[in-house]
Design a protein around this ligand. Structure first.
Ligand code: GLA
Length: 370
């Protein structure tokens, strides 16, 4: 059995969890991870669907063991990775860990080139459920061949692990990674700024057809709650990742998040769009000036619609039903506002609304049949 879209049953919907990198960079420790896991339970994040607790780069000791294994920095992880993995599983969460395909990790730690089966096995022994494989220090290496090796290594490790490819879209992974891993980065690292958010968004246009259950485009982890954008911009970030069927990896300090951040990250009707079982990634159906409309079909026949204003002034954004369901589709839709969690009513032909600068409305449109 293969992985990804050849279906090992993992990642039927986009993976959800938390990753240490965006907020904490290389400053990871057992204490941080345990406190975060507890906060995920207490804040309702786990119940909202966030499951993987992923330690990114800089967990490693500066050299392999005498036996040649990757090993954890014991100062930061005094009880070891197996103990931490058990503690995460005790909280009914899953455990994720990082390595890099090259000769060194991006932070300069030992990495996995030439050690793929051994390292996948080591991760499996530690009870890892999600493996992120990065792409620093890979001069001369071939992306598809390297990640095929990883895919085999994960499959042969004896443990079901989500394989998250992080080669930044270099070798157009959407064209080959669907049968290799469960998700692949499509672009370079996101930053906690509006400019980075819209630049990342633009890199996702045209990629929708390559994603589906078991294999997802990954526009990178969330910056929501990290302080560089407004809450309105963070709502837009979340709306767009949901319309894109993107993995939802929170990247903030879960232990100390504001109520506004928690409400964004746990918004039930937005998460339901991201996790829709049909698994069809949204497309940009219209762009006029700073206004954009994105839409994706949902299981059961409704559509999710995002109305985005990229500009610095309020703008009227129009959604035309024929642009979503085609000329022959119904002209009447029942409309629901998914952030307000309120029905708007029936609209014939189109729906329009004034959208604040950098804001994004999220709708569900249900068309009459027959
Ligand atoms: C790369 C990846 C990031 C993160 C860092 C860690 O930049 O793209 O997501 O993993 O490395 O060093």
């Amino acid at each position: 059995m293969g992985i990804g879209k050849q279906s090992d049953g993992l990642a039927a919907t986009p993976p959800m969890g938390w990753n240490s990198w965006n907020r904490f960079g290389p400053f990871v420790s057992e204490q941080l991870v345990l406190e975060t896991a507890d906060a995920m339970v207490e804040s309702g994040m786990r119940d909202a669907g966030y499951r993987y607790v992923v330690i990114d780069d800089a967990w490693q000791e500066s050299a392999r063991t005498d036996d040649g294994d990757l090993t954890e920095n014991r100062w930061a992880f005094p009880h070891g990775m197996r103990w931490l993995s058990d503690a995460i599983h005790d909280r009914r969460l899953s455990f994720g860990l990082y390595t890099c395909a090259g000769t060194r990790s991006c932070q300069g730690y030992p990495a996995s080139k030439g050690h793929e089966p051994r390292d996948a096995k080591r991760f499996a022994e530690w009870g890892v459920d999600f493996m992120k494989v990065d792409w620093c220090h890979t001069q001369g290496m071939n992306g598809p061949a390297t990640f095929r090796t990883w895919s085999d290594a994960v499959r042969d490790s004896g443990r079901a692990m989500v394989l998250s490819l992080c080669e930044w879209g270099r070798a157009q992974p959407w064209t080959w990674a669907g049968t290799v891993g469960h998700m692949w980065r499509t672009s370079s690292d996101i930053a906690d700024t509006w400019a980075s958010l819209v630049e990342t968004l633009d890199r996702q246009v045209e990629l929708a057809e390559f994603a589906g259950p078991g294999h997802w485009n990954d526009p990178d982890m969330l910056e929501i709650g990290n302080g560089g954008m407004t809450d309105e911009e963070y709502r837009t970030h979340f709306s767009l990742w949901a319309i894109l069927a993107a993995p939802l990896m929170a990247g903030n300090d879960i232990r100390a998040m504001s109520d506004a951040t928690r409400e964004i990250l746990t918004a039930p009707e937005i998460i339901a769009i991201d996790q829709d079982p049909l698994g069809v990634q949204g497309r940009r159906v219209r762009r006029f000036g700073d206004a954009e409309v994105w839409a994706r079909p949902l299981a059961g026949g409704s559509y999710a619609v995002a109305m985005l204003n990229r500009g610095d002034a309020s703008a009227n954004v129009v959604v035309r039903w024929d642009e979503i369901v085609g000329e022959k589709g119904s002209r009447v839709a029942r409309v629901r506002d998914l952030w307000e969690r309120a029905d708007i009513g029936e609209r014939s032909g189109y729906y329009d609304r004034t959208i604040a600068p950098h804001a994004c409305a999220m709708l569900k449109a249900t068309f009459a049949t027959g």
